[in-house]
Ligand binder design. Structure first.
Ligand code: NAD
Ligand code: MG
Length: 367
């Protein structure tokens, strides 16, 4: 088991990564100063698969914990589920000293974190993320929130967790497509900050996909560490944190144009990274050889659903709706080298639009 720290002064916290973290959660959290039982907010599927180990360990350390079960799916990341969580907290007689433990993927973490940010104006919470995506990405950094009819994640708060426990063992039951979706975010971390992480994934891809515990621990520690470092330097996304959006500008537009059904988030980000590679090569920001190398690695971690049938107009419209894309000055993260992401301001919207038309028309092929 390995421990990282997210350095945010008085809001600093540890991220514990490794096999057996669930079974040891009671000890780990007692040692971090927790004395009372949490109110658990858990995804129903994850609870069925892995609940016994977590609940047993917490019972051993703190006695029985009240449990709030939330239904499985992005469509439940909404105000109704949030009200259900508040209701469960009141029933459990929670007060300002209570704490929430979020048990599930990114949906559970986001909504339970937002409940913690707002209940009694803010109580502590601990993340126990159970998807690869949530272990390397959403559990770290303190962004919490819900979806509203006007769009995804449009209501939320920054509220840092007090601890994160990422057990590699729970990933054994994660569907393969979800595992790969998280792996694309790991590749993104390597692309912007760590060439050694890209090399590692290239070498150990079969082990990663077969959920070899050591290989999973390695990539989670590396990617979570990159996110933790970037967040520590820029907690509220004033500047540097934007590089975590590599592949997300075009990726979000592709995800939206696919109706949020055709592509998982990670798959859309994978296409977004490939498109950014192609555009960066066109601008002469990254050479053909490095472009080719990362393009091949991303595809090897696939398969990716085809992009050829998406209308370039629909993708462009979705891009213009993205709150992070410009507002006049169009910005985008590109690679200056493998492991070297940088924000580029003043991207020429017309040339990007033309590139996208060719890219989608050619089925996302860079050759
Ligand atoms: P998710 O929480 O919906 O989980 C995906 C699926 O995997 C679910 O059906 C779940 O039941 C299942 N699952 C989870 N753990 C499992 C396990 N161990 N075994 C078997 N099945 C398991 O989705 P996600 O991909 O984890 O997270 C996506 C969400 O995260 C989105 O809502 C997104 O907006 C959010 N997000 C937030 C941040 C942030 O910084 N806060 C960053 C990235 C993404
Ligand atoms: Mg993402």
């Amino acid at each position: 088991m390995k421990t990282l720290t997210v350095n945010l002064k008085e809001r600093s916290y540890r991220v514990v990564v490794g096999g057996g973290a669930l079974a040891r959660s009671g000890d780990i959290l007692s040692r971090q100063g927790f004395r009372t039982a949490p109110v658990i907010v858990a995804n129903s599927t994850v609870l069925r698969l892995h609940g016994d180990r977590l609940l047993g360990a917490l019972r051993g350390a703190f006695g029985p914990s009240p449990l709030i079960r939330i239904p499985d799916g992005e469509r439940y990341k909404n105000h109704q589920t949030l009200l259900k969580i508040y209701d469960g907290l009141f029933r459990a007689r929670a007060d300002r000293r209570s704490w929430i433990l979020a048990f599930g993927g990114g949906v559970t973490g986001d909504i339970a974190g937002f409940a913690a940010a707002t209940f009694m104006r803010g109580i502590r919470f601990v993340m126990v993320p159970t998807t690869l995506l949530s272990q390397v990405d959403s559990s770290i950094g303190g962004k919490t929130g819900i979806n509203v009819p006007q769009g995804k994640n449009l209501v939320g708060a920054f509220h840092q967790p007090s601890a994160v426990l990422a057990d590699t063992g729970v990933l054994e039951t994660l569907p393969g497509r979800q595992l790969r979706s998280g792996l694309f975010e790991v590749l993104k971390c390597g692309a912007i900050r760590s060439r050694p992480l890209l090399d590692y994934i290239d070498r150990r891809l079969p082990d990663i996909l077969n959920r070899h515990p050591g290989a999973l621990e390695h990539i989670i520690v590396a990617a979570a560490g990159i996110k933790a470092d970037v967040v520590a330097l820029d907690e509220t996304e004033g500047g540097l944190r934007m590089i975590l959006n590599y592949g997300h500008t075009i990726g979000h537009a592709i995800e939206a144009a696919g109706g949020y059904r055709r592509f998982t988030h990670g798959e859309a980000v994978a296409w977004g990274m490939i498109a950014a590679l192609g555009y960066g090569r066109e601008l002469g920001v990254l050479g053909a050889e490095e472009t080719g190398r990362l393009n091949r690695l991303i595809r090897k971690a696939g398969p990716l659903p085809a992009v050829g049938e998406l209308g370039p107009e629909a993708v462009w419209r979705a891009l213009l709706r993205d709150k992070k894309f410009g507002g006049g000055d169009v910005r985008m993260v590109l690679l200056r080298g493998l492991g070297e992401g940088a924000v580029f301001n003043g991207i020429d919207a017309r040339s990007l639009r033309r590139f996208l038309g060719r890219f989608l028309g050619g089925n996302g092929d860079l050759d």
